[in-house]
Design a protein around this ligand. Sequence first.
Ligand code: PGA
Length: 241
Amino acid sequence: MKLIRTENYAEMSLEAGKIILDKINNNPSLTLGLATGSTPKGVYDYLIQDHKSNGTSYKQVKSVNLDEYIGLPSKDPNSYHYFMRQNLFNHLDINEMHTHIPNGAVSDLEDECIRYEKLIKELGGIDLQILGIGQNGHIGFNEPGTSFSSRTHVVTLAQNTREANSRFFNTIDEVPTHALTMGIASILESKEILLLVSGERKAEALLKFMNGEISEDFPASALNYHQNVTVIADRDALKYI
Ligand code: PGA
């Protein structure tokens, strides 16, 4: 596992952005695994800025997102479909047909999980997966206790995840109770993983992760089984390391 230490959020975003651009330049039709939340926003801003200034093209790039809330239509400003359009896709020349996010608004969720796994396989797997980490160690929405052999599945969100995410909603009651997420086994099949960690509120999770103890109680620890993980963290997140 490689650790890149950065000073702050902006530098973390820049370092991650440079790695992603390098991959796209080497393989203009790669499949990116994307994440939502506060952590990757700065990276997306960097990619948008680069697209505008340098014309990096995403015409052949494919993307698959990690997760989506259940019960929010894609037009809902809190859905991850909306987040991705607002914060990335609308500002690039990526073909909307090449962007994929689990659909949490379908009636048959089991079928959706199967479809999503099949889709990732048909795309030839994920070349580079961007990940954040939850304060409880979740990756995607794989909460503590999730099997390391899990595939795309329905999850009940942990109360602390709903509390953490309630900052985007008017009240905690509006935060969905369930979500669809790629499983841990699905994530581990990515050829390369970039784990981004920023801010003091993630410091304890990062410490636990770097300690290297592997347990299903701490989902991010599954990344220890992967051969090509780069952690990019800022000074506040590295407080205990
Ligand atoms: P955040 O979420 O980027 O909004 O902190 C990360 C996560 O919960 O996985």
